[in-house]
Write a protein that binds this ligand. Structure first.
Ligand SMILES: *Cc1c(COP(=O)(O)O)cnc(C)c1O
Length: 412
C-alpha cells in the first residue's frame, strides 16, 4: 500500500537540533533563556507592526492570558466565534466567564461582523453590560473581515483577542493577522503552521502589555527577595528547549506558507470543473496560509458506500492519541456531517488518506448547551457539508494528485 497521507504533519527545517544542543550545552533547560528571547525576537520580526510577542506553553494558554489581561472575570460575557476549535472558548470558562457565540458569514467562514454588532446591542439591552472581549478566529488560516470587526469593537470600546492559532502568516490587505486586535494568539502545536512540539505565543500591542503577560505566565511573582504573591498567576512560559525548535522552524515558516498555498492552488484547479465539490477559496485582498485546505460536498453529490457511513461507532476521537479521549460514544448526534461527507472520509481513510470533518460549531456542542448563541445557520450548514484535506509541507505534489484522484474515483 502507498504511504499514509496525514492531514498536517510537522516538518523540521534541519537546524532545530543546533538550537536544542545550544540549550543543553549552556544548561538553559528552563522556561526562559536565550532561545526563548531569540524566538520571541524572530516572531516580532515576522508579525511586524511594532508588536511585542510573548512565547507561551500553548495557544490555549495564550487565549487564557489575553482574556485575563482584558479583565475578563467571573460572570462576564465574552463574544466568541462559534465556528472554531474548543481552545478559543474553553479559557473563557476557566475564568468563570460565559462564552456568547457569534456565527460566521458564508464568504470566509469567520465571525459575521453584522451579527457581532447585533449581539453586542442585544447583550447590552438584556444584561445592562457590555461583553468584556471579542474573539474572532481565522478558521483553517482564512483571513476574516477583521477591518469591519475592529471598527465595531472600537465604536463600542470592547477589546479584541484575535485567535490566529491556525492563521500564522495569513494576511489581510498585506497585514499579518493577529496584529489588528489588542492581542493575537499563535499556536505551535504539532500540527500547526510551525511547531515547538507544543507551544504558543501572544502578540501584544506594547512592551508594557508583554511584561504583564510574562508576569502572569510566571506565577505572578512580585519584586521581593522572597516569593511574594498579590495576584493569582500561571506556569505558562515556553521551555528554552522547545523555543530552540521554534527558532529552527522560523527559518522555514515562509516556505511552509508557500507550500500550503501551492497545494491550495492545486486543489482549487482540480475541483474547479467538478460538479458538487467546491474549494473554499480566499477573498481578493486576503492571503490565507491555507493551513488546512477545505472543500464542501453538495448534499446531492453521491459517494460510494454511503450505506457504510455511521454504520459503526468510532473508536477514539479526532486527533486524539490512545488514552486521552473517552470511548463508547454512540453513532449519531443531533448535528453531524452528511452521509456523503462521512462516506468520503471513510473511503479516503481506507486508501491511506486522512481527512477530517470541519470543526463542529461550539453552539452545537453539548458542553455549551446552556450558552447564548447568535446563530444564522452558516456554521451549522457548513459543518454538514465540509471536509478538511491533507495540507502542508509533508504533502507532495504526487500525494495531492493521489488525493484528488481518490476523491473523484469515490464519486458515484
Ligand atoms: C490549535 C488552536 C488553538 C490552541 O492552540 P494549542 O497550542 O493547541 O493550545 C486555539 N485556537 C484555535 C482555533 C486552534 O486551532
Amino acid at each position: 500500500m502507498d504511504k499514509r497521507i496525514y492531514l498536517c504533519l510537522a516538518h523540521m527545517s534541519g537546524n532545530e537540533m543546533q538550537y536544542i544542543n545550544e540549550a543543553f550545552d549552556t544548561n538553559w533547560v528552563v522556561p526562559m533563556g536565550p532561545n526563548v528571547n531569540a524566538f520571541e525576537a524572530d516572531l516580532e520580526k515576522f508579525v511586524g507592526e511594532g508588536k511585542s510577542v510573548v512565547a507561551l506553553a500553548s495557544g490555549t494558554a495564550a487565549v487564557h492570558l489575553a482574556l485575563l489581561a482584558c479583565g475578563v472575570g467571573p460572570g462576564d460575557e465574552v463574544l466568541v466565534q462559534s465556528f472554531t476549535f474548543c481552545a478559543s472558548t474553553h479559557p473563557i470558562t476557566y475564568l468563570g466567564a460565559k462564552p456568547v457565540f457569534v456565527d460566521s458569514e458564508p464568504e470566509t467562514w469567520n465571525m459575521d461582523p453584522q451579527l457581532l454588532e447585533e449581539a453586542i446591542n442585544d447583550r447590552i439591552a438584556k444584561t445592562g453590560r457590555k461583553p468584556k472581549a471579542i474573539v474572532p478566529v481565522y478558521l483553517y488560516g482564512m483571513p476574516g473581515k477583521i477591518n469591519e470587526i475592529m471598527e465595531i469593537a472600537h465604536r463600542y470600546e470592547i477589546p479584541v483577542v484575535e485567535d490566529a492559532a491556525e492563521g500564522m502568516g495569513s494576511r489581510y490587505h498585506g497585514r499579518v493577522v493577529g496584529t489588528f486586535g489588542d492581542y493575537g494568539v499563535l499556536s505551535f502545536n504539532g500540527n500547526k503552521m510551525i511547531t515547538t512540539s507544543g507551544g504558543g505565543a501572544l502578540i501584544c500591542s506594547s512592551e508594557e502589555a508583554k511584561r504583564k503577560i510574562m508576569w502572569y505566565a510566571t506565577q505572578a511573582r512580585e519584586a521581593y527577595p522572597y516569593y511574594q504573591h498579590e495576584a493569582i498567576g500561571y506556569n505558562y512560559r515556553l521551555s528554552n528547549i522547545c523555543a530552540g525548535i521554534g527558532r529552527g522552524q522560523m527559518t522555514v515558516i515562509n516556505d511552509h506558507i508557500a507550500h500550503h498555498r501551492r497545494l491550495a492552488a492545486f486543489y482549487k484547479q482540480a475541483f474547479a470543473s467538478v460538479d458538487g465539490i467546491t474549494f473554499h477559496d480566499e477573498l481578493s485582498g486576503m492571503e490565507s496560509n491555507f493551513w488546512l485546505c477545505t472543500v464542501t460536498l453538495d448534499e446531492k453529490l453521491h459517494v460510494k458506500n454511503e450505506n457504510l457511513a455511521y454504520a459503526h461507532a468510532i473508536q477514539g476521537a479526532v486527533g486524539g492519541a490512545a488514552g486521552v479521549v473517552r470511548g463508547g460514544g454512540s453513532v449519531h448526534t443531533d448535528c453531524e456531517p452528511n452521509v456523503n461527507v462521512e462516506a468520503m472520509r471513510i473511503n479516503l481513510d481506507k486508501e491511506g488518506i486522512e481527512s477530517r470533518p470541519l470543526w463542529k460549531p461550539m453552539h452545537k456542542q453539548p458542553v455549551y448547551a446552556g450558552a447564548t448563541a447568535y446563530a444564522n445557520g452558516v456554521s451549522e450548514s457548513l459543518f454538514k457539508v465540509g471536509l478538511c484535506l491533507p495540507s502542508g509541507p509533508m504533502v507532495t505534489d504526487d500525494d495531492a494528485e493521489r488525493i484528488v484522484k481518490a476523491m473523484l474515483d469515490n464519486l458515484e
